[in-house]
Design a protein around this ligand. Structure first.
Ligand SMILES: Cc1cc2nc3c(=O)[nH]c(=O)nc-3n(C[C@H](O)[C@H](O)[C@H](O)COP(=O)(O)OP(=O)(O)OC[C@H]3O[C@@H](n4cnc5c(N)ncnc54)[C@H](O)[C@@H]3O)c2cc1C
Length: 494
């Protein structure tokens, strides 16, 4: 049996690795010169910068993604660094200049916050218990086998994330503090389901890691594993046409004109972009196509990749979050707010990491509307006004950095900037969406796209199906593989 995977990003590589390990002949087609998608890194000013995988969960001992890596036998080649247990995150709120330091683990999380909100200790405990209760409702997250019944969830699972926080925490500032990770999952007020908030929050409470020396190394490890199993990866040649006959996918043709055939075809790119490649879109029901096109996308991001002057800024073994106002914590997705509302900053670890960092990545959520006027331009040809706009954005972020670290600009040697357009063109993601489709608790079914389709030999994988990110996409890869190999086939082996 053989499978052809369109897209060599996180989802395509994990799906390909699992299928290859199980004896399928896999061909992955990746449009870019290097595989990885969100795992890709690039070199600028002599430094390696990661594009879309800065903080990862599930790689602690016993963690779900680590167990998949163990199953593939690649863990000895993976280099990660865990963040400090007693100081994993620091949040800064510009509104009152307060800093909050968080420690790893359930107790650490409660204790560090209870120091600043002593009257909320019991509420914090109850909130964290509820977060873990909701997470426990998701079998795949724990790599537990499932039966064939449709899962039944608690009413809290399906409520809005902001309402869920409000239910447990009465202090208005603390409500915003515990929601600080929501830019990581594209959180929106009265929209994001509580279970998304719970999964990401518990994941990062359990422990966060970073790739050492660049996330591209992890993509290389997966890609070497796939080829070592006798499978193939084609790079630098995207799929341009998907052919069909008799209600099945019958082949794909690449930009360079190669036509390839397989038993199974797996779409590991944004499903809306995939539909544009179909010679005959009617192979998928109209209602399905309309539904996919109508799902709103998560917001995008503007990133500063900074080369720092030698010995000027300390290496931070924690992630930092800047937030303008407490009240705006759920408003990153609103177009009536002044950008930037906040950002994540981090200093990526090197192999022989010393006390100083040579680089920093600053990522701030940004709506597609901000770049829409340049949407028909291509990399390097977006015009002078775009360059001026990017520089203004960079200055705004640097101003905010200086509120936390006075004279921070003195530490910066070189600046590279990436906008939502960069993300769209680099990954081929609709509207540069950071997390694929946006999820809405009011209509959960709309954004839950199954990995199987009405076309028997067409499957989907990647961040648009379930959860995005390092801890979501590999789990969906298991679902996709099991659609071929059989229910619980992979799970039972992990
Ligand atoms: C700025 C940013 C920061 C992020 N930070 C984090 C983080 O810290 N932690 C975390 O867990 N997640 C993070 N994410 C999210 C994470 O990167 C994504 O959820 C993940 O990469 C999605 O995996 P995927 O396989 O669905 O898509 P991708 O990884 O984007 O892979 C899709 C691949 O398909 C290729 N492709 C597209 N069209 C074609 C075609 N026609 N033919 C062939 N190939 C094609 C693309 O080039 C790409 O390689 C971040 C995302 C962004 C944008």
């Amino acid at each position: 049996m053989n499978a052809l995977i369109i897209g060599g990003g996180l989802g395509g590589l994990f799906t390909g690795a699992i299928l290859a390990k199980e004896g399928l002949k896999v061909t992955i087609i990746e449009k870019n010169a290097t595989v990885g998608g969100g795992l890709q890194s690039f070199t600028r000013f002599g430094e390696v910068f990661d594009t879309g995988m800065h903080v990862i969960g599930g790689m602690q001992r016993g963690g779900n993604i680590r167990r998949i890596c163990d199953f593939l036998g690649i863990m000895d080649k993976v280099q990660i660094a865990d963040l400090d247990s007693d100081f994993t995150d620091e949040l800064y709120f510009a509104e009152d200049g307060k800093r909050y330091r968080l420690a790893k683990g359930r107790e650490g999380f409660v204790n560090t916050l209870a120091r600043q909100f002593p009257h909320q200790r019991q509420e914090l405990k109850n909130y964290v218990d509820a977060v873990y209760r909701l997470t426990n409702e998701v079998d795949i997250f724990f790599l537990r086998p499932t039966d064939s019944h449709i899962p039944v969830h608690s009413s809290e699972f399906m409520m809005a994330a902001d309402a869920f926080v409000t239910k447990y925490i009465t202090d208005s500032k603390l409500r915003s503090v515990v929601a600080y990770m929501n830019p990581l999952y594209s959180g929106r007020a009265d929209m994001t389901p509580a279970y998304v908030h719970a999964i990401i929050t518990s994941l990062y409470i359990d422990g966060q890691s970073r790739f050492v020396g660049g996330s591209y190394r992890f993509a290389e490890t997966l890609s070497n594993f796939i080829t070592s199993q006798g499978s193939t990866i084609i790079k630098g040649d995207g799929v341009e046409h998907v052919h069909s006959a008799d209600g099945l996918i019958s082949g794909v043709t690449t930009k360079k004109g190669h036509t390839l055939y397989a038993d199974y075809y797996i779409c590991a790119i944004h499903p809306c972009n995939f539909m544009k490649l179909l010679d005959d879109p009617t192979i998928l029901p109209k209602a399905y196509r309309n539904r996919l096109d109508s799902i709103p996308n998560s917001y995008s991001a503007f990133t500063l990749n900074l080369k720092l002057k030698p010995n000027s800024f300390p290496y931070l073994n924690h992630s930092g979050y800047y937030m303008t106002r407490y009240d705006d914590i759920w408003n990153f997705g609103r177009s009536d707010r002044k950008w930037p509302l906040g950002f994540l900053y981090m200093t990526p670890p090197e192999e022989k990491q010393g006390p100083y960092s040579t680089k920093m990545i600053v990522t701030s959520p940004m709506l597609w509307d901000n770049v829409q006027k340049w949407e028909n331009t291509t990399v390097g040809n977006r015009g002078k006004d775009y360059i001026v706009w990017k520089q203004k954005c960079a200055e705004k972020l640097l101003d905010q950095m200086e509120q936390m670290y006075p004279n921070f600009r003195d530490c910066v040697e070189q600046i590279n900037m990436a906008s939502p357009l960069t993300i769209r063109d680099y990954y081929g993601v609709k509207e540069g969406a950071m997390c694929g489709f946006s999820k809405d608790y009011k209509n959960i079914l709309l954004s839950q796209v199954p990995v199987v389709t009405k076309v028997k030999n067409l499957l989907l994988t990647g961040q648009c199906n379930n959860l995005h990110g390092f801890c979501g996409v590999p789990l969906t890869a298991i679902n996709t593989c099991e659609a071929i190999l059989g229910r619980n086939y992979v799970i039972n082996k992990l």
